[in-house]
Design a protein around this ligand. Structure first.
Ligand SMILES: O=C(CO)[C@H](O)[C@H](O)COP(=O)(O)O
Length: 295
């Protein structure tokens, strides 16, 4: 099997290596000349045997749009494009429809595993037609973790279902991280009583109800920097959590925990809170309660 990958960043480059390790021929394209195997996407397409299989692994939004647009011009009927980036599921409908006008097939793939995927494999959630997914199965099998297929791979439904599953996965990821983080702060606060916070998280890794890979990663982070002295409490987001909330609103699904975890990230970016200034001012207005004056 021979596959093309467009986008050789942290994820794409590791996926190329994992696929090659599994005996799959990979031609990769990236704008970075140090990473790419070929100079242009036209060269990539020329290198692939028809019908072609091209895996897109670039940032979601405008960049994915332009890559899919480019492929829609250059590929031929019968070829297959897989978007493995973190695209919003609604984008898949647009991309699938555009490619379909040329007879080009499309599968969306939610991919989880981060920089550890090279060694551990990637959890895969794919959407699209069964025959196209079957066709790409050697690639999915090489990328997914070892073990039973249905414990690291799912055909979640039609086009869009893979990225929908990944969006929900990331919403859950936000909330789990927030819960561990709040537990960390509570333990850390009582250093008069609790003397080994990293040790507590480490002990939770086996036997407990809250053991998980995220917990293991927290233990790893605490071992590197037990007080998080080198890290600012400032957290970005790349969109998946917001889309989860928007989807929950659209469908009247209550997601208070996931919502709270996203808002906690927004709070992390504020040096001072305009909202809490207003609350302090109001307490002062109605009750004469003292306010802390700004410096
Ligand atoms: O998909 C991922 C993990 O599953 C990516 O690491 C993603 O960037 C995480 O989301 P965010 O950047 O919003 O925290």
């Amino acid at each position: 099997m021979h596959i093309g990958i467009i986008g050789l960043g942290k994820m794409g480059a590791n996926m190329r290596e994992r696929l090659r390790n599994a005996g799959i021929t990979v031609t990769g394209f990236d704008q970075n000349p140090d990473l790419t195997d070929v100079a242009t996407t036209a060269d990539l397409i020329a290198a692939l045997p028809a019908p072609r299989l091209v895996w897109v692994m670039v940032p979601s939004g405008a960049i994915t749009d332009s890559v899919i647009e480019d492929l829609s011009q250059k590929l031929e009927a019968g070829d297959l494009v897989i978007d493995g980036g973190n695209s919003r599921f609604t984008e898949d409908f647009k991309h699938g429809a555009l490619l379909e006008t040329k007879g080009i097939n499309f599968v969306d793939a939610g991919v989880s595993g981060g920089v550890w995927g090279l060694a551990n494999g990637y959890g895969l959630m794919v959407g699209g037609k069964a025959d196209q997914i079957e066709r790409a199965m050697p690639v999915f099998d090489a990328l997914r973790p070892e073990g039973p297929r249905d414990e690291g791979f799912v055909h979640a439904g039609e086009i869009g279902a893979g990225h929908y599953a990944k969006m929900v996965h990331n919403g859950i990821e936000y909330a789990l991280m927030q819960a561990y983080a709040e537990g960390y702060e509570l333990l850390d606060k009582r250093s008069d009583l609790v003397t080994d916070v990293p040790g507590i998280f480490k002990a939770w890794q086996r036997g407990t109800v809250v053991r998980s890979w995220l917990l293991e990663l927290l233990v790893r982070a605490l071992e590197e920097d037990p007080e998080f002295e080198d890290i600012e409490g400032f957290v970005e987001d790349s969109g998946e959590g917001r889309w989860t909330i928007e989807e929950a609103l659209a469908n009247a699904v209550p997601v208070p925990t996931i919502s709270a975890s996203i808002f906690a990230r927004f709070v992390s970016r504020q040096e001072d809170s305009p909202a809490m200034k207003a609350v302090a001012a109001l307490r002062n207005q109605f009750g004469g309660h003292a306010v802390k004056k700004a410096d």
